[in-house]
Design a binder for this molecule. Structure first.
Ligand code: PRP
Length: 186
């Protein structure tokens, strides 16, 4: 099978930060843990589009519990450089989460402002529990007091793309986490 597309994208990658095998192994471990913790509970898994889509699919298909799967599209007010932390729901879930156990599934926690505000918004719907699951955590960038309840990897403050993370809407379909060459975005 040819792999021209992936090779073409790989030219823009300075180095691989986390390879696919390592990511999938860690996701399996997390899926096993979550399955144990949520077995028998009324669970709703919310995918925050678009960055979480690859992680969400890989995680949920490895979880051996009943769940409802739903999707939310959000955007932050503010300019492209800096998130204001005020989240606008562009497309809401259509599942009621009142009294349910909720996992919010994200690709990355950076400043933490997006998830901090989203947690407040979803908390107003009175779920039985509300936890945040992130593929990546960049604690060095945090601007508020929040940490993911579950995470796969902590990463340094580098420009990571792949496995759902984008630059200018591209690279989300790379099967690993890579660091973009500065010449691509400078
Ligand atoms: C990313 C990510 C989080 C947010 C994290 O979304 O998916 O939602 O930024 O940043 P923060 O911790 O600094 O608030 P982005 O706005 O890039 O949208 P996308 O998921 O569609 O790529």
């Amino acid at each position: 099978m040819t792999d021209f597309g992936k090779e073409y994208m790989a030219r823009d990658i300075d180095h691989v930060l986390i390879d696919e095998e390592t990511i999938l192994k860690r996701i399996q471990e997390l899926a096993d843990r979550l399955s144990n913790e949520y077995r028998g509970k009324d669970l709703v898994c919310i995918c925050i589009l678009k960055g979480a889509v690859v992680f969400y699919a890989e995680l949920t298909k490895r979880m051996s519990v009943h769940m409802k799967m739903d999707f939310m599209s959000i955007s932050s007010y503010g300019d492209a450089e800096k998130t204001s932390g005020i989240v606008r729901i562009m497309s809401d879930i259509n599942t009621s989460i009142t009294g349910k156990h909720v996992l919010v599934i994200e690709d990355i926690m950076d400043s933490g402002l997006t998830l901090n505000h989203l947690k407040t918004l979803l908390g107003e719907r009175k779920p039985a529990s509300l936890k945040i699951v992130c593929l990546l955590d960049k604690p060095s960038r945090r601007e508020c007091d929040i940490t993911p309840d579950y995470k796969c990897f902590e990463i340094p403050n580098e420009f990571a793309v792949g496995f759902g993370l984008d630059y200018a809407g591209k690279y989300r379909n790379l099967p690993y986490i890579g660091v973009l060459k500065p010449c691509v975005y400078q």
